[in-house]
Design a protein around this ligand. Structure first.
Ligand SMILES: Cc1cc2nc3c(=O)[nH]c(=O)nc-3n(C[C@H](O)[C@H](O)[C@H](O)COP(=O)(O)OP(=O)(O)OC[C@H]3O[C@@H](n4cnc5c(N)ncnc54)[C@H](O)[C@@H]3O)c2cc1C
Length: 496
């Protein structure tokens, strides 16, 4: 099939880059993708240890409800096409001493459980549930089947309902509750200085049936997108880090690839993180718009549990006391993976744990690894032991049955993504901040744009998806404006 001779280079093979590529290929463009790692997927990834699959990414994928605007786009890029979706029973469960509390898909069930635990928090519980319902209304996913659109005035009221939380951080929200278990739920998942609305919106997305997990997890989802890209004839060059660009008369003429020949392009889409795009490749100052908000990263372990069953399922939050508060948060998330095959074998079950690390503590991890690798390794081991001990204390039946398989930190993400603090979502919103977008345009360049989660705080997979689609539209517009030779778009050609 003939394609147009307008050649587009995509730099970075994460979700944004793969999405942009798939849409461009479907519309007849000639696309090449350059990725610095050995595989595509970017942060949507995982790896294997001793035959067990470690899933790095998806906790929830926004856009699994067919009513959601993202759903058909995820289908189109292969992520949800003929893929079953796993729905956990609860967004997460928190445990404190012998009591547990879950944020169920059914928010009324959550309200009832909360009230049973703490009558004295009734007022705040009702406000919280009402705020979650407000977001569900704003998403047009109300009703028992989460498929009901919301009338205009209900939406207006919903917005008013949410204004109460605008100036509350997660910590402020937790402090409004008296019961320790409710405090963990409100301030333990999305923590500290982050906007409390982040918890409300994330839970509402889950409760509206829009936050499932594609079966097979992160590796399978990235592979499905890669297969779609390659199936449309796109070329992927892995182990091809782009190190610079030749700019002539305000246009990117070619890109430089580490240890390989330069590549000439008509149009460049930078799907790398902002710092890499601006300072490492284009040698430009990074616009201030990218520094609003704050970033975070995390400390993880992959653990093997002897046996064939677990006393918890999906995500559970546990309170932790440790002498390392400068390096890790106060709550530990413990998670298993019923939707991934290679996590149960040889009489053992793989689980993972995660501590959120603030921007400050993430930078400390990165610095420690660079300045004192022995101390870094020792600290990693000590915190991994705390993870195991915390699980054993909370679930005594697992005593002596847990072993460490792998451990990674913000410094690991720093080496992988290149971000100074190992951040893998874009700037997260603090209290008082609302989601904000940054233009894809690069000042002074006519034929190049940026397209990654960093253009739209707080980032995440759906934002990367949206950025990829927008990048396709920008490239198409540029091609039309410049009257570059256009052949029949692939979709039209296929329809004939
Ligand atoms: C532990 C963890 C949990 C997460 N959980 C969720 C979740 O539950 N839900 C959710 O929505 N999101 C989640 N995310 C975030 C999500 O993974 C990211 O938002 C998303 O993958 C970002 O996609 P992207 O394409 O914009 O950027 P990236 O994934 O960062 O892709 C950029 C790509 O560019 C490549 N690159 C960098 N420099 C160069 C260069 N010089 N030359 C060529 N290529 C280069 C990188 O290797 C990478 O492949 C999670 C991430 C992590 C790590």
């Amino acid at each position: 099939m003939e394609k147009n001779c307008f050649k587009i280079g995509i730099i970075g093979g994460g979700v944004s880059g793969l999405t942009a590529g798939i849409y461009l290929l479907q519309n007849g463009f000639d696309v090449e993708l350059y990725e610095k790692c050995g595989v595509v997927g970017g942060n949507l990834t995982g790896w294997h240890r001793q035959g067990y699959e470690i899933d790095n990414c998806i906790h929830w994928l926004t856009g699994t409800n067919p009513k959601s605007p993202h759903y058909k786009v995820w289908k189109n890029v292969g992520a949800l096409d003929k893929v079953a979706v796993y729905y956990a029973e609860a967004f997460f469960t928190a445990k404190y001493n012998e009591q547990t509390l879950s944020l169920y898909k059914n928010v009324e069930k959550t309200r009832a459980e909360m009230l049973l635990i703490s009558r004295e928090d009734e007022r705040e519980i009702n406000y919280f549930i009402s705020a979650v319902n407000s977001v569900i209304n704003l998403l047009n996913m109300a009703g028992a089947n989460n498929d009901k659109s919301t009338p205009f005035f209900t939406k207006l009221l919903s917005l008013l309902n949410l204004s109460r939380y605008l100036n509350l951080s997660a910590e402020n929200l937790a402090n409004k509750f008296k019961h320790p278990l409710l405090k963990i739920v409100m301030g333990g998942y999305i923590q500290g200085e982050f906007a409390s609305l982040a918890l409300i919106v994330s839970y509402a997305i889950f409760a509206s049936g829009n936050g499932g997990i594609p079966e097979g997890g992160s590796i399978e989802m990235a592979n499905n997108m890669r297969r779609k890209f390659e199936g449309l004839g796109g070329k992927i060059y892995t182990n091809s880090a782009v190190t610079g660009a030749k700019i002539v008369n305000g246009k990117v003429e070619s890109i430089m690839i580490k240890n390989k020949q330069n590549v000439n392009l008509d149009y460049a889409i930078f799907c790398t993180d902002t710092l890499t795009t601006y300072s490492k490749i284009l040698n430009l100052n990074t616009p201030n718009a990218y520094s609003k908000g704050t970033t975070f990263s995390s400390f993880h372990t992959a653990l093997l549990i002897d046996g064939s069953s677990l006393p918890f399922c999906d995500e559970t939050l546990l309170l932790v006391k440790s002498p390392y508060s400068k390096f890790i948060g106060k709550t530990l998330t413990v998670k298993n993976f019923p939707y991934i095959k290679n996590t149960v074998k040889n009489g053992k079950i793989l689980i993972e744990t995660m501590f959120i690390c603030s921007q400050e503590s993430s930078l400390k991890w990165v610095k420690l690894r660079k300045t004192n690798i022995q101390k870094y390794i020792k600290r990693k081991r000590a915190i991994a032991k705390i993870c195991i001990k915390t699980i054993e204390q909370n679930f005594p039946t697992l005593q002596g049955k847990i072993s460490l398989l792998d451990c990674w930190t913000p410094a690991s993400y720093n080496r992988y993504t290149g971000h100074s603090g190992g951040a893998y979502m874009s700037n997260v919103l603090k209290k008082g901040q609302l989601p904000h977008k940054t233009s894809q345009k690069i000042k002074g360049l006519k034929n190049a744009i940026t397209a990654s989660q960093w253009n739209n705080a707080p980032g995440g997979l759906p934002i990367a998806l949206e950025q990829g689609v927008l990048a396709y539209k920008s490239a198409k517009k540029y091609q039309k404006l410049n009257s570059v030779n256009i052949k029949k778009p692939l979709r039209q050609a296929l329809a004939k």
